[in-house]
Design a protein around this ligand. Structure first.
Ligand code: ADP
Length: 219
């Protein structure tokens, strides 16, 4: 099911950025924070914004939070408020509850109470930036599992004009190019005769070790 409406609770740095971006992308967002200054400063950006304490069940019920497709608990520092809010959203029947955790233990508690997805924004951003710093051609990546990754790598000048047959990625490294992004669009079924151009993006799937070896030896 595609989610269309979101209730974001706790409009600190993370919650505010998430809420604003969802509105920019055209989604309906109800923002809740107990700090009225924060709500005042955001009211013009969000679809609805309310000053409320999200640990008060009656308040959440009266705001109709159960009618939203997704609830995000973006409260971090006040762990008690984060946990209480997450339980209330689940109990009130919000279909999908996502919650931000500051520590592993905080995250484990959120999982135990049935939160559908626990996110660790600071930890995950640290990991992403570390990967990007040590491999300059890496633009983005998705970890499919502990071992497998999809990585988006920029074609360096030394591979300009090389065909996928010549690159011979699968035989040499074990990983595969699943898509090529060029200035004129995305090729989602690249073939052996496709030619790489500097600054094109290669979307590669493989184990972390295979992709790292390819980056080390070819990029
Ligand atoms: P960040 O690190 O992303 O800035 P914080 O944990 O510092 O996140 O911010 C959390 C926000 O959640 C604050 O704006 C705070 O006012 C709000 N908040 C905390 N507890 C509650 C609560 N019980 N009800 C509503 N808002 C809350």
């Amino acid at each position: 099911m595609k989610m269309k409406s979101f209730v974001i609770i706790g409009l600190g740095r993370f919650g505010t950025s998430l809420a604003k971006e969802l509105v920019i992308q055209g989604y309906e967002v109800l923002g809740i924070d107990r700090d009225e200054h924060i709500i005042d400063s955001l009211s013009e950006y969000l679809t609805h914004s309310v000053v409320a304490d999200s640990t008060d069940e009656e308040v959440l019920r009266s705001l109709g939070v159960r009618n939203f497709d997704c609830g995000v608990v973006a409260i971090g520092n006040d762990i008690q408020a984060s946990i209480m809010t997450a339980i209330l959203l689940k109990d009130l029947g919000v279909k999908k509850v996502v919650a931000k955790a500051l520590t592993e233990l905080h995250g484990r508690v959120l999982e135990k109470i049935g939160v559908d997805r626990v996110i660790y924004p600071e930890r995950d951003m640290g990991v992403r930036v570390a990967h990007q710093l040590v491999s300059p051609n890496l633009l983005d990546f998705i970890e499919l599992s502990k071992d497998y990754t999809i990585a988006e790598l920029e074609v360096p000048s030394k591979l300009h004009g090389v065909t996928l047959a010549e690159l011979n990625l699968r035989a040499k490294y074990g990983c595969s190019i699943v898509a090529l992004r060029k200035s004129d669009g995305v090729n989602i079924a690249p073939t052996a005769s496709d030619v790489l151009h500097e600054k094109d993006l290669m979307v590669i799937i493989g184990t972390n070790a295979e992709i790292e070896r390819f980056e080390r030896e070819e990029l």
